[in-house]
Design a protein around this ligand. Structure first.
Ligand code: GLN
Length: 555
C-alpha cells in the first residue's frame, strides 16, 4: 500500500522511510562506511535506497577545499563536486549520488539568505529554528527522491556546536513523521583498555546521554571496537542507553572495509530495521560480497603500482583511485602494493626508483607543483615499456611529454603551467558544447569554478584500442573534472608521430583518450574512471591496466 503524508509546504508525497546515522565519542569511526554498507544490504533486499551526507562545515563549495586537508573531491554523475563520503556510498550501493546528496551548513545558510534577500520570509525574523532547520528538512526530502529508504549521515560528532541544527532537524522529522517512518542509528566507540584487559562502555553511555539531551533516543547502536563486544557487554550497553540488546551491533575493526556489510548483516541489523520500519521486502542476499571476499582470500601474488603524486603523504586525497586499484587487484588475482612517489622529488637522475613498479599511474591534479617530475616519470614508463595509466592531468602530462620528446616541440606545455609556451599542446578551449548541446565559454578570464568540464559525458572509442578491449564497448560514459583540453591544432602532428587518439567526445572535437600502440599498455584518459569503480566487479579500465601490470611482473 502506498501511503501519502503531508510534508513541508503542504504538498503530498510518497512516504520514504528515513534512517539517520549520527556519530559519537570520537570522529573517524566510519559512519560513511556504515551508511554505505547498510544501503548495500537494503538494496540486496530489493529496496530502493537513496543516501545523503550532511556536512556541518561552512564551505559552500566542497570542490574548492584542499584535498590535503579534506581528502579527495568526489564528482557525481551530474557534475557536483562533493565530499569524499559520496564515493564510499557509490562503491557500496547501486544508487548514483547527485548534487542533491550532499549539503553543507554553508549551502543551507546560503539558501536561506538568498530567500531572505528575495523577501520570501515576509520580513519575519530569520532564525536557526525554524528557518535553518526547515531548509535542512526540505533538502533532506528533496534528496530522498521517493526511494523506499533514505539513509542520511550527519557529519561530525554529537555534541559539536556545528552539527546542532542538523540534529535538531532530524529530531523534528522523527516527531513529524512518526516512529515507523524514522530510525535513528548512533555509531560509537567502545575502547579496549589494555592494562585492565577490559572494554569500556562508559563513553557510549555518555554519548547516548548527549544525544538524548537533544531529544533523540537512538533505536540502534553500532559500536566500533578493537576487541569483540560479548553479549554481556551488549546487555549492559542496552540497559544504560535504553536500546534493545539485539539492537546493539558490534562493528569490530577489520582489515578490509568491504567485509562490513557481511558483519552488520550477520548480527541482524537489516532485520531490525525492516521490522521497525515495517518494510515489505525479500530476504537478504549478499552473494556479491561473499564472492568478493572469496576472491580476495584466494590471492597469492603481489604486484607494485607506483602513483606519482603531489599529495603523496595524504592518501585520502586519492581515495577513489586507491580503492579502484585495490578492486582491480582483487578481480585480477593480485594484491597491489601502492607506493606513492613524491613528484616534486623526481628528476632525470633518480628515475630508477620507478624500476620497482609493475605499473605507473599519474593521477589527476591542479597546479604546477610536481608537474616536471610527473613528465619525467611518464617518459621513463614510455621508454622502459612499463604499463602506464594517466588520469586527467596524467593524460595531459603524457601529451606534453610526447610532444617534447617524440615530436621535439621544445618547451611544449599546458597553458595552465606556462601561458606563453610556443607549443600549447594542452590549452583552454574557448568554446565547447556541453552534453545538453548548449555552448559554454571558457577563456583565461573565466571564473575557475564555473568553467570546468564536470560530470558524466559520453566518449566514443576506436575499436582497435586498449580502451575498447577494456570496456568492450564503442560508447562509454565517464566523469570529468577539468578546464584544460588537448589542443587540436597539434593533433595531426602528434598522431603522425605515433600518438594514438583512441577516444573522443561524440562530435569528435575533444580528445578523451590517447594511447601508444607499440607499448605494453600506455593509456591516458581525460576523464576520471576511479569514481565509478566498485569492489564487487572492479572497473574495466583499472582491471585492464592491472592485468597489464601483472603480465609485466610475470615477464
Ligand atoms: N588541471 C587540469 C585541468 O584543469 C587537470 C585537472 C584534473 O586532473 N582533474 O584541466
Amino acid at each position: 500500500m502506498i501511503k501519502y503524508i503531508p510534508v513541508l509546504n503542504n504538498t503530498y508525497k510518497f512516504v520514504t522511510k528515513f534512517i539517520f546515522i549520527t556519530g559519537g565519542v570520537v570522529s573517524s569511526l566510519g559512519k560513511g562506511i556504515v551508511a554505505a554498507s547498510l544501503g548495500s544490504i537494503l538494496e540486496s533486499r530489493d529496496l530502493s535506497v537513496s543516501v545523503i551526507k550532511l556536512d556541518p562545515y561552512i564551505n559552500v563549495d566542497p570542490g574548492t577545499m584542499s584535498p590535503s586537508q579534506h581528502g579527495e573531491v568526489f564528482v557525481t554523475h551530474d557534475g557536483a563536486e562533493t565530499d569524499l563520503d559520496l564515493g564510499h556510498y557509490e562503491r557500496f550501493v547501486n544508487y548514483k549520488t547527485s548534487q542533491f546528496s550532499n549539503y553543507t551548513t554553508g549551502q543551507i545558510y546560503d539558501c536561506v539568505l538568498k530567500k531572505e534577500r528575495k523577501g520570501e520570509y515576509l520580513g519575519s525574523t530569520v532564525q536557526v529554528i525554524p528557518h535553518i532547520t526547515d531548509q535542512i528538512k526540505e533538502n533532506i526530502i528533496q534528496g530522498s527522491f521517493d526511494k523506499d529508504v533514505c539513509i542520511v549521515e550527519i557529519g561530525g560528532t554529537v555534541g559539536d556546536i556545528e552539527s546542532l541544527p542538523f540534529i535538531e532537524a532530524i529530531r523534528q522529522i522523527g516527531v513529524e513523521y512518526g516512529k515507523n517512518i524514522v530510525t535513528y542509528i548512533h555509531l560509537t566507540l567502545v575502547p579496549y583498555i589494555k592494562a585492565a584487559n577490559e572494554i569500556k562502555t562508559k563513553p557510549t553511555q555518555h554519548s547516548v546521554k548527549e544525544l538524548r539531551s537533544i531529544g533523540i533516543q537512538p533505536d540502534i547502536l553500532i559500536c566500533r571496537s578493537e576487541k569483540e563486544i560479548n553479549s554481556n557487554d551488549k546487555k549492559k550497553i542496552a540497559l544504560f542507553t535504553n536500546v534493545e540488546a539485539r539492537a546493539v551491533i558490534n562493528s569490530i575493526d577489520v582489515d578490509d572495509i568491504y567485509e562490513i556489510p557481511l558483519i552488520l548483516h550477520n548480527q541482524g541489523l537489516d532485520d531490525i530495521i525492516v521490522e521497525k520500519l515495517g518494510l515489505k521486502c525479500k530476504q537478504t542476499s549478499l552473494q556479491s560480497w561473499e564472492n568478493y571476499k572469496k576472491k580476495r582470500n584466494n590471492i597469492n601474488k603481489n604486484i607494485c603500482i607506483q602513483i606519482i603524486a603531489k599529495y603523496g603523504n595524504y592518501t585520502e586525497s586519492y581515495k577513489s583511485l586507491n580503492e579502484a586499484v585495490k578492486h582491480a587487484g582483487v578481480h585480477t588475482g593480485v594484491n597491489v602494493e601502492i607506493q606513492y612517489v613524491d613528484a616534486e622529488k623526481l628528476n632525470d637522475n633518480n628515475l630508477n626508483i620507478l624500476d620497482k613498479a609493475d605499473g605507473i599511474i599519474v593521477p589527476g591534479g591542479f597546479g604546477e607543483r610536481g608537474i616536471e617530475g610527473k613528465i619525467s616519470a611518464i617518459k621513463y614508463s614510455r621508454e622502459k615499456n612499463i604499463p602506464f595509466l594517466g588520469i586527467c592531468l596524467g593524460m595531459q602530462a603524457a601529451v606534453i611529454e610526447f610532444s617534447r620528446n617524440v615530436c621535439k616541440l621544445k618547451g611544449a606545455n599546458s597553458t595552465e603551467f606556462n601561458k606563453k609556451t610556443k607549443f600549447p599542446v594542452i590549452a583552454l578551449i574557448e568554446e565547447w558544447l556541453d552534453k545538453t548541446g548548449s555552448v559554454e565559454h571558457r577563456d583565461i578570464n573565466s571564473d575557475i569554478g564555473g568553467t570546468m568540464r564536470l560530470g558524466e559525458q559520453e566518449c566514443i572509442v576506436n575499436s582497435d584500442s586498449n580502451i575498447f578491449k577494456a570496456y568492450n564497448a564503442k560508447s562509454i560514459f565517464e566523469r570529468h573534472r577539468h578546464r584544460f583540453e588537448f589542443n587540436n591544432e597539434f593533433r595531426e602532428l602528434l598522431e603522425s608521430s605515433g600518438l594514438f587518439v583512441s577516444g573522443t567526445s561524440i562530435d569528435g572535437t575533444l580528445v578523451e583518450v590517447v594511447e601508444i600502440k607499440d607499448h605494453k599498455w600506455f593509456l591516458g584518459c581525460q576523464f576520471h574512471p576511479e569514481f565509478t569503480s566498485k569492489p564487487t566487479i572492479g572497473h574495466p579500465l583499472f582491471n585492464s591496466f592491472i592485468s597489464a601490470a601483472k603480465r609485466n611482473n610475470e615477464e
